[in-house]
Design a protein around this ligand. Sequence first.
Ligand code: HEM
Ligand code: HEM
Length: 230
Amino acid sequence: MQSHTEQATRAVKVWDISIRLFHWSLVGLIGFLWWSGTEGVQMDNHVLAGYTVLGLVVYRVIWGFIGSYHARFINFIRSPIKTLKSIPEVLSVRSNSHHVGHNPVGGWMVVALVLILLAQGISGLGTTDDIFIDGPLVPYISDDMIYWLTDLHLTLPDYLIALVVLHLAAVLFHDTFKREHLIQAMITGVKKVPASLADSVRQSELPAKRFLIVVALLSGMGWWLISNFG
Ligand code: HEM
Ligand code: HEM
């Protein structure tokens, strides 16, 4: 009998190109936003990068409902009980299970990252530094609300960084100890699964027409919002 490591494997498309672009753009933009925000430099670009993150996150939420198979929330968000039960297997170095998309714990990490980015971006809309730069909602909302949103915008980054560190630690754990090659899959879009499972696994090809419609609608809305309120 073949051992787990010697098993024949087949390539499965797991992350479509839009998920990979979403992910690696997010990494670059969050790095820039953190640096510019904390140093107080390039704040005009901070605002533009913040809008871009908001656009990307809204895109990801839409794609979570109508995107390619493994991008859909329904295919990776499990109930809290199922998620708790999966923890020993997710953490076990010897576990022989194969999660083609996000595993149940990783699924909740995706939800947490998306929600905190949404909150950070939205709070930025009502944030002011009292000197040079105001979010576009500042002229329209009360001083209390501005104070609250600014406070939130200055506090949430600590939690965002903590989540990102945890996310990175989990990914490195899976790559190093479980040899799941998750980073490679987030770059190439492809994962290798045992040939015996490959037929039952769905491919995540990009539904091109749907993708273009969503991108066109979001770009149009973004352009309209920035030219009228930005
Ligand atoms: C998800 C996207 C965003 C991230 C990750 C982010 C991150 C940050 C960080 C780390 C700071 C510095 C906090 C500190 O000094 O402790 C900051 C400050 C700031 N951000 Fe953002 N930001 C985002 C989106 C936005 C947006 C969309 C706007 C406005 C439209 C905005 C406006 C501001 C302003 C005005 C400040 C300066 C606040 C002050 O110094 O009192 N940000 N941001
Ligand atoms: C600012 C930093 C980061 C943020 C905000 C972030 C956010 C995310 C999000 C939202 C996802 C879910 C992807 C989706 O389903 O759309 C994800 C997945 C992933 N990220 Fe990151 N990420 C960051 C940094 C990194 C870095 C530095 C790496 C690796 C070097 C990495 C590797 C991965 C991998 C491998 C996955 C897929 C995990 C799986 O197979 O379940 N991330 N990340």
